[in-house]
Design a protein around this ligand. Structure first.
Ligand code: PHE
Length: 332
């Protein structure tokens, strides 16, 4: 036993194997040394003392050897855990992007901020008076029809444009006023490549003494050159809105989206950017202002349309899809 036990302990290559070796050597039930010590009584009295001392010494030595081996195995287990590859590249961190429509809004806001415009907001759930009545819509105007407008109650609707923010702002603040009102609007349309039931608009409003149509043209042309490039040509076409008189739509010459190849420009060579006009005196009066004293102009644009012509997007529905493969290309 003295000769064999140390090798037996050293050969134990796991915690379980070591426990087995311990039981086989010094275990109470089946230990070889235990059996030997129990047998000491059978020896002749003269031999017993010496044999007992020798057995005790062996017992201490075995316990020490077992403890040492246990520490060795524990150290081995600790150092050979799951391996750590320090050269492995870190997992790329996923980063969101600004939505292309939000990018247009941010840029438009920034350009008008340079001209002294501030931001105004209004509710999306709006009273029909603010959405229509105050804006000089006649009571039988087709836009007010249930087929075009999403009503919440008889006099409550989802605003169909951001123009009600004009009246809310004029009621709340005294001129001079220069505001931009970005926000979502709702119309009773089904999704198709060029329509959506909800989309963003940006409203602009200037009211002061002596504001003229020349201010409107100069400011909106300046905006077009800042947004689309210094060479951008604009044209104003007569139009009609109940809340502006006269009214005009502003087009910019194609090239904004890389020339004739883009779907929006291919027919006329011009693309419509916004609707605008001089604020109708009735709107000023409905807002509590003296229309003899004050004049103003306003515009409304759809940033989704701008994003579409800028990037040559063939179907607006992709702007609503939250498809990261599409969205990831913008606003990094
Ligand atoms: N509210 C109009 C629309 O939704 C746009 C507009 C705003 C026109 C302000 C003139 C002045 O089409």
């Amino acid at each position: 036993l003295e000769a064999q036990a140390p090798a037996q302990i050293a050969a134990a290559d796991s915690a379980d194997a070591l426990t087995a070796a311990r039981n086989a050597l010094v275990g109470r039930q089946a230990g070889a040394l235990t059996a030997l010590m129990n047998a000491l009584g059978e020896l002749p009295k003269d031999d017993r003392r010496e044999a007992g001392a020798r057995a005790n010494k062996l017992k201490v030595a075995l316990e020490e050897a077992l403890d040492l081996r246990r520490a060795q195995l524990a150290a081995q287990a600790a150092s050979s855990g799951p391996s750590l590859d320090l050269s492995m590249p870190a997992r790329e961190r996923w980063q969101g992007t600004v939505h292309p429509v939000s990018l247009v809004i941010d840029e438009v806001v920034e350009i008008f901020r340079e001209l002294g415009f501030t931001i105004a907001l209004g509710p999306e759930a709006e009273q029909s008076w603010y959405n229509f009545g105050s804006l000089n819509f006649p009571p039988d105007h087709p836009a007010m029809d249930m087929h075009d407008t999403l009503y919440l109650a008889q006099d409550q609707l989802l605003r169909t444009h951001t123009s009600p923010v004009q009246v809310r702002t004029l009621q709340q603040y005294a001129p001079p006023i220069r505001i931009l009102a970005p926000g979502n609007v709702y119309r009773r349309d089904f999704f198709d490549p060029s329509h959506a039931p909800m989309f963003a608009q940006i409203e602009g409003l200037v009211v002061d003494e002596g504001v003229s149509f020349a201010d409107l043209k100069a400011t909106l042309s300046h905006f077009a050159r800042r947004y689309f490039g210094a060479q951008t040509k604009t044209r104003f076409r007569p139009s009609f809105f109940p809340f502006t008189e006269p009214s005009a739509e502003m087009d910019v010459q194609c090239g904004v989206c890389g020339g004739s190849g883009c779907g929006v420009c291919k027919h006329s060579g011009w693309v419509e950017i916004l609707g605008s006009g001089m604020v109708h005196p009735a709107v000023l009066e409905n807002s509590g202002l003296d229309s003899e004293k004050y004049t103003g102009w306003a515009f409304g644009m759809g940033p989704a349309r701008t994003a579409i012509s800028r990037h040559g997007i063939p179907d607006i529905r992709i702007l609503y899809d939250s498809d990261v493969r599409f969205l990831d290309q913008f606003g990094k």
